[in-house]
Structures are given as C-alpha cells and as structure tokens.
Design a protein around this ligand. Structure first.
Ligand code: AMP
Length: 413
C-alpha cells in the first residue's frame, strides 16, 4: 500500500512511525512533515489546508490511502477532495468535521442524539453571555465556537475574565462545569462500525499540579488502570453509536477518527468535546501500545470495511509521553534554539526544523513529545523522564508530574 500522511506535528510523527512499521506499507510519504517524520517517510511540500493541492499530490504519488492528521485540513475539505479523485482517505468530510469545527454544531448533534454532556448556551452578544454565566454559575466555562488549536477554552472562577474571553471570541458556547477526571477515547469508524482504541489521559495545563494556562497538551499516558471497567462499552453505547447514527441521519456520516473528550462525573461519563482527528499528545501513547498494524486499520475505516476487521491487539504494559515546549509557550514561543539529543527512538518531533547547516532547531510551541513504554506506568514514567533529561533545548519547559497521580493511586472517581 502507498500511503500519504498530511500534517507536521507530534501526532503525525507518531502516526508516521506506526504506518512505517506496518508491513503492508511499501511506500510512505508525508506532507509537509518535519525532521522526525523525515526519518521514516519521504517529505513533500504542500499547503495542508489546500484541498486541491493535497488531492493533486495524492494523485502524483499514486497513493492508495491518504491519512489526514490535523483538524484544519479536514474542516477545509481535504478528505472530500482526495475522495473525489477516487483515493481512499482516513478523515471525515468537511461537513462531518464540523463536529470539531463548531462547538455549537457539536452541541446540536449531541442534543439530537441524547448524548450526556454539559448544559450549554450558544451566545453571540454580551447580554446572552451574562445571562448564561448567571444561570450556569462558577466555575465558568467559555469556549470559542470555532477551531482554536485546543486553546480556545477558558475555565475560571473570575467573572470578568469569563466575560472578557467571550467578548474576544465573538461567538461562544458557555457551558456547565463538569467535575471529575478527564479521559480521551479515540474511536476509529467508517461511519457505521466503530472500533474503540485504548482510553488515555492528557494534561492540558502548562504547569505541574494542573496550574497555569491551557495548552494543546503537555503529556499523556495509557492505560488508565483506575478507570471503571465498563467505561468503553458505556461510552460506545451512550455516546459514540448515537452520534454516528445522528450524523448518518443528517446525510453527513462521520468516518475517520472520532475523539471523545470525557469527564467522568459522579453521574457518569459526559462529553466535554468531540474532535475529528487523533488527539495530540494522546496518539503518541495509544499508538505506542497498539500491536495491530496501523495502516490496515485506517484503510479499513477509509474503505468502509471496518465491520470485518479483526479485533485489535495491544501490547502489555504502559506508555507515557512528556511534551517539551519552547520558552514562553503557550504565549508567543521562542523558536530557532538548537536542540540536542532529540534524534533517537522515542523522541517524537512536533515543532522542529532543520537549519541550513543541518542543526535541529525549535520551530514551534510544543517542540518534542518524549515517549516511552514499560511493563507498568511507573517504569514507563522513569524511562520517559530519563529520555527527557537527555534532551537539551535552551529555555524549554515540561511538566514533571505526567502520570504521577495514576502511579501514586491519587485519582478518585
Ligand atoms: P476543550 O477544547 O473543549 O477540550 O477544552 C479544553 C479543556 O478545558 C478540557 O480538556 C477541560 O480541561 C476544560 N473544559 C472544557 N469544558 C469543560 C467543562 N464543561 N467542564 C470542565 N472542564 C472543561
């Protein structure tokens, strides 16, 4: 199989490693890729959000399968353009990607499908915002309606901050605060059949102890040994299947990766958000444990053949990833710093670039995602932090407490 992967972040490097390891893949290209992905795939230039350009590249490379990593190309219609050329594509149509592209759309689908989620209001005026905040109370949860790279949400007790964020965003969804530990569940689907992957947990806040601003994600681990045994079947029955059915009913079936972000509340799992693609950095840990060859699975979803796909196989043990971010992330990150020690297995590249003289340099906010496995979470953690300590990047920031609560048995339901 000839595969073209679209994207350039840590998620795509993890996907590239998984695709390259699949014996059914005899050619792997990535566009635009990054220096880590270049170790396993042929890189091509492309504007990832230009549907015609991506489709033309897929034709030029005689790709059998295109895998779209990030959300922006999906919302822009890249999967539609690739499929229009008769090439299988893993990723939802632009219409179905609205599950991520618009929080309000996602809320409407959830309401129609009877999915457990936070009560919410869609607001376009400060008057509506004030009424919603009055009704729902603290902590206030204010979400930008459109794509915001995981950074459009403010959760705060500070009324003025909540109103300020709403005013800056224009269209917002204001919702009830959902208490309880968060879980990310990835579901591979062809629109009808749904195959859940292993649940993972990510860490959105910048600093240890869940302090500091929200980020795109600072680390993740799996499996979740503390999660209820019926979590996955329950979420499939209460959330995934009704959502897929509602999307089919609307004539816009969702095929690709449905990311279900959940809070495990005292009343059961409730949806915090849907995404239309693999989560970053949870992908790094989930794929590190997936033994089933990745390209075959994604191709089955892209070709409507998932119902016949054999049960997934998983490695024993645990995986953890620790994101190394540049100075000043998630503000305006400092870039161009030389990175050393990052061209080794387990170091996933997110925001890196190659300087003219060949040096590896930082080129984004989240620079690396250092990933390790082990027979249990504690040993995976030790291995990941040993690897983190061997990477040098001036001014870098990372959390020291990824998966610590789980290792110490401090997560309560
Ligand atoms: P989102 O982009 O919707 O995933 O939100 C980013 C982060 O904000 C989530 O991972 C949660 O930590 C937090 N968050 C969003 N919505 C809620 C909610 N309704 N209740 C509690 N926390 C939330």
């Amino acid at each position: 199989m000839r595969v073209l992967l679209i994207g350039s972040g840590g998620r795509e490097h993890a996907l590239a490693v998984g695709l390259a390891a699949d014996p059914s893949v005899d050619f792997l290209a990535a566009a635009p890729g990054n220096p880590g992905i270049a170790q396993v795939a042929e890189l091509h230039e492309v504007k990832a959000t230009d549907p015609a350009a991506v489709a033309a590249l897929a034709v030029e490379l005689a790709a059998d399968l295109v895998v779209v990593g990030p959300e922006a190309p999906l919302v822009a219609g890249v999967a539609d353009a690739v499929r229009a050329k008769g090439i299988a594509c893993f990723g939802p149509s632009a219409a179905a990607a609205q599950l991520e592209g618009s929080k309000q759309f996602a809320k409407e689908v959830m309401a129609a499908a009877g999915v457990p989620t936070a009560r919410s209001y869609a607001c376009t005026s400060q008057d509506q915002v004030r009424r919603a905040l009055d009704d729902l109370g603290v902590p206030y949860v204010v979400k930008n309606d459109g794509l915001a790279a995981g950074k459009g949400v403010v959760v705060t007790d500070d009324r003025a901050e909540a109103e300020r964020h709403a005013a800056e965003c224009g269209r917002v969804v204001i919702e009830e605060y959902l208490p309880g530990p968060e879980v990310s569940l990835f579901v591979v689907t062809d629109g009808t059949a749904a195959v859940p992957l292993m649940p993972a947990q990510d860490f959105k806040r910048l600093a240890d102890g869940d302090e500091g601003p929200n980020t795109g994600g600072m680390g993740a681990y799996a499996p979740l040994t503390w999660a209820p045994a019926d979590l996955v079947p329950r979420v499939l029955a209460e959330t995934v299947e009704p959502t897929l059915a509602e999307m089919r009913r609307r004539g816009t079936p969702f095929a690709g990766l449905l990311y279900v972000g959940l809070a495990l509340t005292p009343d059961g799992p409730k949806v915090i958000e849907f995404n239309a693609r693999f989560g970053d950095p949870e992908t790094q840990v989930v794929l590190a444990l997936l033994e089933t060859p990745l390209a075959g699975l994604l191709n089955a979803a892209a070709t409507g053949a998932l119902a016949q796909f054999p049960p997934l196989r998983w490695l024993d043990g645990a995986a953890i990833t620790v994101v190394v971010a540049s100075r000043n992330y998630p503000g305006t990150p400092r870039t161009g710093d030389v990175i050393e020690g990052a061209e080794v297995p387990g170091v996933i590249h997110a925001g890196t670039a190659r300087r003219d003289d060949g040096a590896l340099i930082s080129a984004g906010g989240r620079v690396l995602s250092v990933t390790a496995t082990g027979p249990d979470l504690a040993s995976a953690r030790d291995a990941a932090y040993t690897l983190v300590d061997s990477v040098r990047l001036d001014g870098s920031q990372f959390r020291r407490d990824i998966a610590l609560g789980a290792v110490e048995g401090r997560i309560s339901l």
